[in-house]
Design a protein around this ligand. Structure first.
Ligand code: NOJ
Length: 561
């Protein structure tokens, strides 16, 4: 069956604020991105996902939108965006926007109106509840960013009611029950599609619907983090009854008729419930960006777990679902630091991880900097951090008894700031990101890790990503092939085939710091394999060499069927 463009694409995520600053104000911007489009073209990606670039007070770096129909002045103008879109399209690169529709900024005009009076026409755009008889919050829900007293409700003096904010106090939740709001959102999505964008990433789309009556959560407080009895319970507003009707409506009103690609950020979505959202016949979203394999709290992916998750998602393809492949994004720590070895084997392990996400079934999502092996950062002070989660967790821990040093040590390794340090273009000041003062400190490893040096090196990670992109374009088995794992009891080796009518690909990865002997199962060794790619170009193909595989060595072979 003919594939959709997004099934064959490689998506590249741009965190604009940290990508490239063209005007020296320390903040990445759209002209900066435009200047780097040729580099992205060379990398071989076919789609850009912009994290939010709309007008925003930047409490959560743009996930707090104050105007859905404009570009934040720090990033440029709508004209800059139109120019970018045209240039990207002319280079064969599509563009998708991050749509943050669970909440807006409290500086959005809708909220400014909504809070004015109980009978304001915009009152129902947000979720307001009266206090309990004793004046306290409507329930015991905690907010993810743990600001203020930790509650997900904020009292507003003007009308004497609380509004819901699952995230920051400055990010009130929108009321999806209210049809005029939904109409307004659909119009706005059409407006972006009219401009020419190719689709949307839907921020936390599983949480638009809230449970009727806003019941207390029964979950026990987290002793390290939850303050004042307000409990962060991710399940409270996730997959609430009625969510599918909402998403289907959005599909029929917007995405379907416009053939717009959608990828929902699937908090709470697993291979077990994914078909509720992504089975094509349900007409909700095209793909779901799930957290089963990689997420902010995971620091290792044992081969056994990798096999289990990949197999489960590949099985869903029989039901017309299409997986996403990624290992890091703007909400996680750096993949080479979490799942590879960012010391001695940085380059080799970065390539191994890239091989996995480019050759397992689904669409790969590459996060900026991954293609040069950017690593986690270690800041000496909490003052250097910016991420709301990190700050909220830190302050909760300190309030609940940890020392500031202990709290910093606990939050740093998983901080989202690890992924948000400026892109390392070269070894000049500020890694070539800006001529001004960067909005967040540059990772001090930029002198050793940067695009210019990487590309000049014989073992360039960037060049390897390009080779993966070429391989994806040339080998139908990567798109269509059935997935089968081999050596399924091996603690360190990930081996799989992707077989379609024309060919079979074989991927063998030594996912460890140690050399490991690998023997092909008889069924595979009977064939003549041609080596397509390796992260150790100087080596004789390991299948011919026999014996030990080097730490983090990966090879991809093919065979015609
Ligand atoms: C998920 C986004 O990826 C994250 O960056 C943001 O903080 C939350 N949603 C809230 O919008």
């Amino acid at each position: 069956m003919k594939k959709k463009w997004w099934q064959e694409a490689i998506v590249y995520e741009i965190y604009c604020k940290s990508f490239c600053d063209s005007n020296g104000d320390g903040i990445g911007d759209l002209p900066g991105v435009i200047s780097k489009l040729p580099v992205l073209k060379e990398l071989g990606i076919n789609c850009i996902w912009f994290t939010p670039i709309y007008t925003s007070p930047q409490v959560d770096n743009g996930y707090d939108v104050a105007d859905y129909r404009n570009i934040d002045p720090a990033y440029g103008t709508l004209d800059d965006f139109r120019e970018l879109l045209n240039k990207a399209h002319s280079m064969g690169i599509r563009v998708i926007m991050d749509m943050v529709l669970n909440h807006s900024s409290d500086e959005h005009e809708w909220f400014k109106e909504s809070r004015k009076s109980k009978d304001n026409p915009y009152r129902n755009y947000y979720i307001w509840q009266p206090p309990k008889p004793d004046g306290s919050e409507p329930n015991n829900w905690g907010s993810y960013f743990r600001e203020g007293n930790g509650s997900a409700w904020e009292f507003d003096e003007q009308t004497g009611e609380y509004y819901l904010h699952q995230y920051s106090i400055k990010m009130p939740d929108l009321n999806w029950e209210y049809e005029p709001l939904r109409r307004e959102i659909y119009d706005m999505l059409h407006w972006w599609l009219d401009m020419g964008v190719d689709g949307f990433r839907l921020d936390i789309f599983t949480r638009f619907k809230k449970p009727a009556g806003f019941p207390d959560t029964k979950k026990e407080p987290d002793v390290l983090l939850d303050r004042n009895g307000f409990v962060v319970d991710t399940s409270m507003c996730t997959h609430v009854e009625g969510i599918h009707e909402l998403l289907h409506e959005m599909y029929t009103e917007v995405f379907g008729p416009r053939d717009a690609m959608t990828v929902g950020e699937g908090a709470g979505v697993t291979s077990e419930n994914a078909l509720d959202y992504v089975c094509a016949s349900r007409e909700e979203v095209d793909m779901v960006y799930h957290f089963e394999l990689a997420n902010r709290r995971r620091f290792a992916i044992p081969p056994e777990y990798f096999r289990k998750v990949q197999t489960a998602w590949a099985d869903l393809m029989k039901h017309n679902a299409w997986p996403v492949q990624y290992l890091s994004n703007h909400d996680s720590a750096r993949q080479v630091s979490c799942y590879g070895n960012d010391g001695n084997y940085r380059k080799r392990s970065a390539k191994l991880l890239a091989t996995l996400i480019h050759t397992c079934p689904g669409t790969p999502f590459v996060y900026q900097g991954e293609e040069i092996g950017m690593t986690n950062v270690t800041y000496s002070s909490i003052e250097d951090h910016n991420c709301c989660y990190t700050l909220g967790d830190y302050h909760s821990m300190v309030q609940l008894g940890k020392s500031p040093e202990e709290a910093l040590a606990a939050v740093a390794p998983r901080s989202r700031d690890n992924a948000r340090t400026p892109y390392q273009w070269n070894s000049e000041e500020n890694a070539g990101f800006t001529t001004g003062k960067p909005w967040i400190k540059v990772n001090p490893r930029y002198e050793e890790i940067n695009l210019e040096m990487d590309r000049a090196s014989a073992d360039s990670i960037f060049a390897y990503y390009r080779a993966l992109a070429d391989m994806r374009a040339e080998h139908p088995a990567i798109i269509d092939g059935d997935l089968r794992f081999w050596l399924t009891d091996h603690p360190d080796v990930i081996m799989y085939t992707r077989a379609c009518a024309r060919e079979t690909l074989l991927v063998i990865a030594n996912y460890t710091d140690n050399s490991t002997p690998i023997t092909l199962p008889d069924e595979l060794s009977a064939h003549a394999w041609h080596r397509e790619l390796t992260n150790e170009p100087s080596s004789i193909p390991s299948l011919q060499r026999g014996g030990e595989w080097m730490p983090w060595e990966v090879e991809v072979y093919s065979m015609a069927n």
